[in-house]
Ligand binder design. Structure first.
Ligand code: PMT
Length: 222
């Protein structure tokens, strides 16, 4: 049985992809399954934390008395739901793969096939982690992810700083068995104080346990 070290802590956690509607039958999405974030939710709940899980479209069932699931579809819905749970959170973890752009307009009817080429105009979404990072409460811990395909470390460190994270978890698409969909992940932690920690290829459950241990080293006890 796990030590219930996190009893009394409240967590805001995003996971899964977002779907950005193009018309009533199509969307722009990504390959996130929700596995990484959901593994973190279970680890936190097993240690006694109350987890508000803001979950984009995912097929993975979640069932734990300490995990409250708020299902959302688009980045904008995810942002609204996060805003509801940010103020009361002791710990915020941003594991979702959020679309950076969304169609400027959503067609009300299915777009018909006619022209050889059509142009889809996109506008920027709110950056949820960056926006909540600007209103981080004193003592609140923010943990982000960085999913990269190149210049991994530079990009991870710039996300750590720009989004006001206390720690960023880097996963690279160049590492086999890391990132989207797999049951495994290979990550490096970068902390605000300059520390870093490299982990081997592990199951997402094991990675989640390491993330929670790292969070506990940053969190003031109850
Ligand atoms: O779900 P799985 O299949 O298990 O895959 C896990 C994962 C690869 C999705 C996960 O480990 C991961 O890396 N999640 C973050 C993916 C991502 O979108 O990274 P990013 O580098 O684009 O974003 C940086 C950070 O800002 C992330 O914490 C992200 O949640 C956050 N963000 C980004 C854009 C945005 N509009 N709002 C955000 O909050």
């Amino acid at each position: 049985d796990k030590k219930k070290d996190l009893t009394g802590k409240e967590v805001l956690l995003t996971a899964g992809p977002t779907n950005e509607a193009i018309d009533p039958v199509r969307f722009i999405g990504n390959h996130s399954s929700g596995k990484m974030g959901i593994a973190i939710a279970y680890e936190l709940a097993e240690q006694g934390a109350l987890v508000n899980l803001i979950l984009g479209p995912s097929h993975i069932p979640v069932d734990h008395p300490l995990i409250k699931v708020f299902k959302v579809s688009s980045a904008s819905e995810m942002y609204q739901s996060c805003q509801q749970h940010h103020l009361s959170a002791d710990i915020c973890i941003f594991a979702a793969a959020v679309a950076d752009y969304t169609p400027e307009t959503v067609a009300t009817e299915k777009i018909k096939k006619s022209e050889d080429e059509i142009i889809l105009k996109l506008k920027k979404n709110v950056d949820i982690a960056a926006s909540l990072g600007k209103v981080k409460a004193p003592g609140q811990i923010h943990i982000g992810f960085a999913l990269e395909t190149q210049n991994e470390e530079i990009n991870a460190l710039s996300k750590l700083k720009n989004k006001n994270f206390d720690m960023v978890v880097l996963n690279s698409m160049r590492d086999s068995g890391a990132g989207f969909q797999h049951d495994t992940n290979k990550v490096t932690f970068y902390f605000k104080n300059g520390d870093r920690q490299n982990l081997a290829l592990l199951s997402k459950k094991e990675v989640a346990a390491h993330i929670v241990t790292a969070i506990k080293s940053l969190t003031p006890p109850n």
